[in-house]
Design a protein around this ligand. Structure first.
Ligand SMILES: NC(=O)C1=CN([C@@H]2O[C@H](COP(=O)(O)OP(=O)(O)OC[C@H]3O[C@@H](n4cnc5c(N)ncnc54)[C@H](OP(=O)(O)O)[C@@H]3O)[C@@H](O)[C@H]2O)C=CC1
Ligand SMILES: CC(C)(CO)C(=O)C(=O)O
Length: 329
């Protein structure tokens, strides 16, 4: 199976390594020193279950690779317009495109049902660029648990053993095409369930970002250090409660699990990827991870006072660092 990972950074590198180990014919699209190193010396993934080495075909442009059976998009959300502009050469008539990223995905309300069905998210997909270039028919939703970073060009470190990718169709079907991506992932050591409730999984993952994102952006410290402060830990629980209330207003029941969610993160010495971006001066996923959930809360009449305050402070920090340009609204 030909699978291209579009955005071979930390997550994309990890997934490419797993897929190669699992027997897929893997290529990656990336850029800069990391891509050059993968091209010249191969891709190394240092994971808790051992080191994976592979030699995926590495390209900076899709026309170097041609049509694929599947594409897995793993860029940061601000890079999605560039993916929309560049992806066409990878797409044959049957190519599926899985978005394995954090945050509210551009397709969230497609095939959603109810009064919000079909609603657009212009902050995530400006000008409907992804909708036009890829379309919801090809799209598979995805969530990833794998704290990781690029240690040096060509080398990705997966920091914890608790890893998984979750795939799901926007219409809830358990499709053969999602299973076809999951199979080499699983064979490569990455658990990869295909689920009927991908929106619920998106929200469950988002809880981690809504809690540790604003707090660590403001503390500039990793999750373990930040959450060791009892006041900030209690604040994280309030953030998780508010996030769960937004999800509930959209019909996604996350249970009464905020304490446990935060408890699971207290021993994780990981800097959230959004903080890594701030520190490296890269465009930050403010919209998909933080601001779009707030917008939905306002629209649905869900009170989120703690989230409002901390996300707006975080947005100011992001603007001051030159990593987020929009006016916050
Ligand atoms: N890292 C983590 O621990 C986790 C991250 N996530 C999520 O996974 C997603 C990916 O994150 P992560 O892997 O950390 O991000 P990275 O920035 O490490 O990876 C994205 C890669 O895509 C490259 N890229 C961006 N735009 C283009 C383009 N137009 N053409 C070619 N290459 C491009 C980037 O290059 P460049 O560096 O030059 O921009 C980078 O190498 C995000 O949604 C994130 O929130 C989820 C769980 C954990
Ligand atoms: C913080 C973490 C690991 C989970 O919420 C994450 O998703 C990220 O680093 O972006």
């Amino acid at each position: 199976m030909r699978i291209c990972v579009y955005g071979a950074g930390a997550i994309g590198g990890h997934l490419a390594g797993r897929l190669a180990k699992g027997g897929a014919d893997v290529s990656v699209i990336g850029r800069g020193a990391h891509l050059e190193a993968i091209r010249e010396r191969g891709l190394t993934v240092r994971a808790k279950d051992g080191e994976l080495f592979s030699r995926p075909r590495a390209a900076t442009r899709a026309d170097e690779l041609g049509p694929q059976d599947a594409v897995i998009v793993t860029v940061k959300a601000p890079a999605l317009p560039a993916v929309a502009a560049g992806i066409a050469p990878l797409l044959g008539p049957e190519t599926a495109v899985a978005f394995v990223m954090n945050g509210i995905p551009w397709w969230y309300f497609d095939r959603h049902g109810g009064p919000m069905d079909g609603r657009r998210l212009p902050a995530i997909d400006p000008g409907d660029a992804l909708r036009r270039a890829i379309g919801v028919e090809r799209t598979i939703g995805g969530v990833v648990y794998s704290a990781c970073h690029v240690e040096s060009p060509g080398v990705v470190v997966s920091e914890h053993g608790d890893i998984r990718v979750i795939l799901g169709e926007p219409d809830g079907s358990l499709s053969a095409r999602a299973q076809a991506i999951a199979a080499p992932m699983e064979a490569g050591g990455m658990p990869c369930p295909v689920v009927a409730d991908i929106r619920n999984r998106v929200w469950a993952k988002l809880m981690g970002n809504l809690t540790t994102g604003p707090l660590c952006l403001l503390s500039r410290r990793d999750m373990k250090v930040t959450l060791a402060d009892p006041v900030l830990r209690a604040t994280a629980v309030r953030l998780a409660d508010e996030g769960a209330a937004i999800a509930a207003a959209l019909g996604q029941d996350l249970g009464n699990a905020s304490e446990q969610r935060v408890a699971r993160m207290t021993n994780t010495a990981h800097k959230p990827s959004i903080l890594q971006d701030l520190e490296l001066g890269r465009p930050m996923e403010m919209e998909a991870l933080l601001l779009e959930p707030l917008r939905l809360a306002r629209e649905l009449g869900v009170p989120t006072p703690t989230l409002e305050l901390l996300v707006h402070l975080a947005a100011q920090a992001a603007q001051a660092a030159g990593c987020y340009q929009r006016a916050v609204a």
